[in-house]
Ligand binder design. Structure first.
Ligand code: UTP
Length: 225
């Protein structure tokens, strides 16, 4: 299979970079890459949010703040490249053509952000679309898609399985500002829908057993075309 992994920044960098998790994740990714072609997109996490907040103090524009966020996602991508060592393409991949070339060199491409106006969720969905991936695996700071934000609404329920159109409807209620977040970026949801990309949304615990996740064994949400 060809698989794209979308690693949320808040999973990788909750307060500061989670070294143990990065080690475990890179081990799992390396193992999975022995049987599958994989590509990875990494988010910005707390560092990106903090930098964006500071830039807001100076009235920076949304697009300017997005560029700051992109730089931070690329710094996080470099950490994962360091952890993946020889398995990774040695530079942060900045466009989809380069990702394609890296895969054909039998290396794992690792991307951060690309352009202002969206998040790395959208980058990963577009990358999955571009590469014709069989599966997109989104690792996020909640353990699946809920009927509402579980951190704000205690009555929110986890959804085991849903259609891409239902995901689009669910996330369209979110706001689109630099640093703002819904479980999945609305643009990513639309791309998943238009290209019929099979997607799993999983949490950090499941991400420690990616070998199982790839086989469909996880406690997250399955999004079907
Ligand atoms: P993230 O993808 O980490 O966004 O990019 P997020 O949804 O806020 O993060 P998590 O997953 O909840 O931790 C961080 C910021 O970088 C900019 C956006 O401002 C985004 O909020 N960004 C990122 C872009 O403008 N373009 C990109 O392609 C990626």
């Amino acid at each position: 299979m060809r698989i794209v992994f979308d690693i949320g920044g808040s999973v990788l960098v909750p307060d500061k970079p989670d070294i143990e998790f990065i080690k475990k994740l890179s081990y799992e990714l390396t193992k999975v890459s022995e049987d599958h072609e994989i590509a990875i997109v990494v988010g910005g996490g707390r560092t990106a949010r903090e930098y964006i907040e500071v830039a807001s103090e100076f009235n920076a524009s949304e697009a300017f703040k997005d560029y700051i966020g992109i730089q931070i996602t690329r710094a996080n991508a470099m950490l994962l490249i360091a952890a993946l060592r020889e398995r990774a393409y040695p530079q942060v991949v900045e466009d989809f053509w380069e990702a394609w070339r890296a895969i054909h060199l039998k290396k794992i491409p690792v991307m951060g952000g690309t352009h202002p106006g969206h998040t790395t969720d959208a980058v990963s969905a577009l990358l999955a679309e571009f590469l014709g991936a069989d599966l997109l695996i989104v690792v996020t700071n909640v353990d699946g898609v809920y009927t509402d934000d579980p951190r704000k609404n205690p009555n929110a329920k986890k959804i085991e399985k849903m259609k891409a159109i239902e995901l689009v409807e669910l996330v369209s209620r979110g706001v689109e500002k630099a640093g703002a977040s819904t479980v999945i970026d609305p643009l990513a949801a639309k791309i998943i829908l238009r290209s019929g990309i099979k997607t799993y949304v999983i949490g950090k615990e499941d991400a420690k057993n990616l070998f199982d996740v790839v086989k469909g064994r996880h406690s997250g949400t399955v999004i079907e075309p």
